[in-house]
Design a protein around this ligand. Structure first.
Ligand SMILES: Cc1ncc(COP(=O)(O)O)c(C=O)c1O
Length: 361
């Protein structure tokens, strides 16, 4: 009997949004009226922005004004707004590698060159500060930091955040801080770059999302927090290009931001338990697997097999009916990424199949 397919390739959580968010959206739809008409004729987006400002301060101790919050239908839209508010064709941006291809795709589309700084395996997927400084040229206009990082789970230390902040101030660069995984940090402390100094805050655009924190990938809710320096241009771009959230989705978002975060604490505990099991089990197979610090992606090294990521993926699918994400899509051929979006018993089955697969290589 053929094995049932196990698909672990997209970072899409395996649970529903918090019940209170679902109830809030349903209630808003049933009530109708302003909740189901154009948002900008209501005060609902303002209420959302107020909730964002309070929320961001609660978790990072940085306070913004509501005018600095630009909601979007998911952080992918917010990302484009942020990047296009600062960069033009021919500019350069510093990016850490392995990278999230949702970032590089936008840079490629914009004709922006990426100067890569390696997240070094031997440094636990952290950067060498000298490499950050060396990646800056006169054409470099910004640095993008995915903190915690997809795919490596790197949680940037305060010292690293300060290096990034100083480099950006010294070279008049913007900082794009993609912080969509900030609640999923294990045994480390999340540091928001903007929290470390007023000079950093003035040039840092935070990119945020409900997709992972509240398992709301299909609700499409995210936002930028844009400092005054880039605000006018960002508003113009968002107005022209970025899809806006539905009015009743704002309401669900408010209930999340003003809620007690027990749901998020539970998710963090679940991802940590999956990480503790899976990363060790894969490492024990002889494929070095990183005990990641944040987000929820296992990342392991299969270079010893002599197979590239695509070949590994193809053979694994063929022989074991398991689909993972190939590392070459993140700039690291010979590595594999596994979003831990299935319960431990399924992950155990995956480890069993990986073991069998390895024995047959
Ligand atoms: C680092 C990072 N940023 C942004 C996104 C986009 O998320 P969304 O558009 O669902 O908010 C993702 C999704 O995987 C991601 O991993």
């Amino acid at each position: 009997m053929p094995k049932e397919e196990i698909r672990l390739n997209a970072g899409d959580p395996d649970v529903e949004a918090p019940q209170y968010a679902i109830n809030e959206a349903l209630k808003a739809i049933i009530e109708g009226g302003p909740n189901t008409h154009y948002p900008h004729y209501t005060n609902i987006p303002d209420q959302f922005n107020e909730a964002v400002v309070d929320y961001y301060e609660k978790f990072t101790r940085v306070r913004y004004e509501t005018k600095n919050v630009l909601p979007a239908a998911g952080s992918s839209a917010a990302l484009y707004t942020a990047l296009a508010a600062v960069l033009e064709k021919g500019d350069e941006v510093v990016l850490f590698k392995p990278y999230y291809m949702g970032h590089t795709r936008i840079f490629q589309g914009m004709g922006v060159k990426t100067n890569m700084v390696p997240l070094k395996k031997e440094l636990g997927y952290h950067p060498d500060p000298e490499d950050i400084k060396a990646a800056v040229t006169p054409k470099t206009k910004a640095i993008l930091v995915c903190n915690p990082a997809n795919p490596t789970g790197t949680v940037f230390t305060e010292a690293e955040c300060r290096t990034i902040g100083d480099v950006s101030v010294d070279n008049d660069m913007a900082v794009f801080a993609d912080e969509i995984y900030l609640h999923f940090v294990y045994d480390k402390k999340f540091v928001s770059i903007a929290s470390l100094s007023e000079a950093y805050k003035e040039r840092t655009i935070n990119i945020m999302s409900f997709s992972k924190t509240f398992s709301m990938t299909g609700w499409r809710l995210g936002y930028d927090i844009v400092p005054d320096k880039y605000l006018e241009k960002a508003k113009l771009i968002a107005g022209l290009t970025a899809p806006r959230p539905a009015t009743f989705v704002f309401k669900a978002g408010i209930s999340c931001l003003r809620g007690d975060f027990k749901y998020v604490d539970e998710r963090r505990a679940v991802y940590k338990a999956r990480r503790d099991y899976f990363c060790k089990a894969v490492d024990d197979l002889g494929w070095p697997c990183h005990m990641f610090e944040g987000a929820f992606y296992a990342w392991f090294d299969v270079t010893s097999t002599g197979l590239g990521s695509q070949e590994f993926l193809r053979k694994l699918k063929e022989e074991q009916n398991v689909v993972l994400s190939p590392g070459d899509r993140f700039g690291a051929d010979g590595f594999m990424r596994v979003p831990l979006i299935k319960p431990v018993p399924v992950l155990k089955e995956v480890v069993g199949r990986l073991k069998e697969f390895k024995a047959g290589l």
